[in-house]
Design a protein around this ligand. Structure first.
Ligand code: UTP
Length: 411
């Protein structure tokens, strides 16, 4: 039983959002109940954040954090790989696929993972990822638990897609789906948009909530702890060359005694649009490309190389006990401009062509700053980084296809 109409009015009044009930009287009983429940469960404290965004993301003092570079990795490859494989065989490594995003830039309403990158045959993004993970399963002769984060907007389609494709050969009992939370979406004045007469506009609350959502879904208890998983490798859905539970990476992070690791690529230019790994106030951190000042871009390390030369590719390894330690710490909130479909003045549905408001997100990269230590681990860009963000151009279906071909994947 959710809150009463009176209680909902009270809450909305507190946040200046009474317009949300504009069509209440027109709704069916079920729709009324659903709207009341949404009002009850939605976090409206975040809404004020769009009014003082500058204060939200103040940065500390940025200094360099040296990466483990390729020559050093190659020297120790055998040792790291053996240690990583041993951890995988002992069931200590799990993988978390972040697939709750809306993929708006790709322009399809379907979950990004169901996108077919094949040309003469079907080759879905999810299929590419499972294939990559299977390489490790074969090498370790041991299955790896895979947690898949979805959202309210794509959960059913995602689960059905895996089922219809027999999990692309993966063992279903090793795949665990869980849903992330949603956050309200507002106009530039901070007024919540309605997406239906009985529903406030909302979108997934960013990829930073993955561990809390995994815990809330009961999977921390029922799988992670029960199976003795000590490391979680978190990765994005859209990099089709993604190496998952990479034994050498796992072994290196363990060997360096770090609580986290981040796969990084050498930046092509100092102003490339990737987050650069660094220290912030002495702790590991990631400085986003839009926060890179001229001074940071020009800074050099002791070898005369650019000091912030390694960009993250959304592939992180976290030690589970560290995640449990930080689970109650809040992450910074990012206020992001987006195109938000909404109901116009007369109740008609509008799909805007340009951004028309804000959504609120927590980001996984901010979790790195909560870690005691993090090993930046260099990988070869052409072998491990083929993100699909756009339909054409940079980081697109086209560029990913070319990289897949280059790596011997038949399209
Ligand atoms: P992106 O930042 O590329 O966002 O996500 P997106 O929503 O997929 O795409 P656009 O910006 O709308 O075009 C990076 C990774 O984080 C996941 C995505 O699925 C992707 O793997 N993600 C993003 C989530 O799991 N949840 C979110 O709320 C946002």
């Amino acid at each position: 039983m959710s809150i009463t109409l009176e209680q909902a009015k009270e809450k909305l009044k507190r946040y200046g959002q009474e317009h949300v009930l504009k069509y209440y009287e027109e709704l069916s009983q079920a729709e009324k109940a659903a709207l009341l429940e949404q009002i009850e469960t939605s976090d409206m404290d975040v809404l004020d954040s769009c009014r003082h965004q500058e204060e939200l993301l103040k940065r500390g003092v940025i200094t360099p954090l040296a990466a483990m570079e390729l020559p050093r990795i190659r020297e120790n490859e055998e040792k790291y790989t053996a240690a990583g494989l041993e951890a995988i065989r002992a069931g200590k490594v799990g993988a978390v696929l972040l697939a709750g995003g809306m993929g708006t830039r790709l322009g399809s309403d379907a979950p990004k993972g169901v996108y077919n990158v094949g040309l003469t045959r079907e080759l879905y993004i999810f299929q590419c990822l499972i294939r990559n993970l299977m390489d490790v399963v074969r090498q370790a002769e041991s299955w790896v638990h895979l947690f898949v984060m979805t959202s309210d907007k794509n959960h059913e389609t995602t689960v059905r897609f895996f089922e219809e494709h027999a999990f692309f050969g993966y063992r279903p009992e090793y795949v665990h789906f869980f849903m992330q939370k949603m956050a309200l979406a507002v106009d530039y004045e901070g007024r919540i948009y309605l997406e239906e007469k009985g529903r406030m506009a909302s979108s997934p609350n960013g990829n930073g909530g993955w561990f809390i959502s995994l815990k809330d879904a009961g999977l921390l208890e029922s799988v992670v702890r029960r199976q003795g998983i000590e490391w979680l490798n978190v990765f994005a859905v859209d990099n089709v060359l993604q190496r998952i539970a990479d034994p050498c990476f796992v072994g290196a992070v363990m060997d360096r005694n770090c609580t986290a690791g981040a796969k990084v690529v050498r930046k092509v230019t100092p102003d490339e649009k990737v987050g650069a790994i660094c220290l912030e106030d002495g702790r590991p951190s990631i400085v986003e490309y839009y926060d890179m000042t001229q001074e940071l871009m020009e800074a050099k390390d002791a070898k005369g190389e650019p000091a912030y030369n390694f960009g993250v590719i959304l592939n992180y390894l976290f030690r589970v006990d560290e995640l449990e330690r930080i689970v109650s710490q809040s992450l910074p909130l990012h206020v992001v401009e987006k195109k938000i479909p909404y109901l116009g003045e007369t109740g008609e549905k509008v799909k805007p062509e340009a951004p028309n408001g804000y959504k609120f997100e927590n980001l996984v990269l901010d979790m790195i700053h909560q870690m005691e230590s993090c090993l930046p681990f260099e990988v070869v860009r052409e072998k491990e980084f083929a993100p699909i963000k756009n339909r054409t151009g940079v980081d697109s279906v086209e560029s990913a296809r070319q990289l897949l071909r280059q790596n011997g994947v038949e399209l």
